[in-house]
Ligand binder design. Sequence first.
Ligand code: SF4
Length: 361
Amino acid sequence: MTGDPREYRDRFDAVIADVLQQALRIAVAEPALMLTGAAILHRQRKAAATRRKYEKEGVLVPPVMMISLTSRCNLACKGCYQRAQHRAPAPEMDERQLASIVVQAEELGVSVIVFAGGEPLLKKNEILALARDHPALLFAVFTNGQLIDAEAADAFAELRNIVPVLSFEGFRAETDMRRGTGVYNRLKTASELLRNRLVFSGISVTVTSRNLGAVVGRDFIGDMLGAGVKAFVFVEYVPIEPGTEDLVLTDGQRKNLNAAIAEFNRNSPALFIGFPGEEGEYGGCLAAGRGFVHVSPSGSLEACPAAPYSDTNLTTLPLKEALRSGLLERIRAEHGRLTETKGGCALWTNRDWVQGLLVKP
Ligand code: SF4
């Protein structure tokens, strides 16, 4: 485990640069992708230096910022973590507020913006405008894929700095069982639209104790590679819905997952990422600004999507000041206790502790 924060930051920056470099190698056959990828990689190196400069001023800028654009969704999946959180209703950020956050994030040295939801493509026009205004930022859009039509695929192909990441649960039976009848077919149609336009796209799969074997199996991976998928994100199941703890990966299964990811990265023409992955290499959980932060649909700055607690809101406070949040600092100060990843997410496992930090003076 890494004791020195400088050391883990350097290591994490190196991993981000590696991932982008690997993505670039995968895109090597497509000149249009290469140009955008090279620009993004070049900016990442400068962004890492910018982050280091702010760190000296006492502002820990994470390389990755996740923004949940909306809590609305066009599907009603079983075990949806967004609905299971029962967040109090709050007005969502408008286009101007969102744009301001992305401008500030780029200035401070954030490298990758991850859009999630709800369904982020319900705000497709905002996403396209942001990608157009920030050509050297990488925008990963985690989507259920149902709103990707030819027009959306054309727009992604034109911009090149948007990476759509489509949610699959496995093949048709598993995907439709959780997400609804017809979802798998529409996902495959969306994948084809993206592949035909040479869009660098990925899939995300929630990995449970039940589907692990299938989703890292040769059949599934081969089918997706054949469909043109360039990046695979395996997200460990977090039992936000009570009574689903048996779906959490065991320690042995987690090891198998991480080993499979390492093996695929060595031998497959795509990028494979696990989340939370090998956090132990970085001295524990990467949330709270150590590696990433989360912005809720109403602008609250949070440690992680799975820890819906906040003491700052970006609609009233500049990002640079909000990153000095007392809650985030307290979580980071004791992050050593967040090495317990049983349940896929150390913050969720320790959620009572996180909530308790909010009320401290
Ligand atoms: S697509 Fe995502 S946000 Fe929408 S219902 Fe399914 S799990 Fe929830």
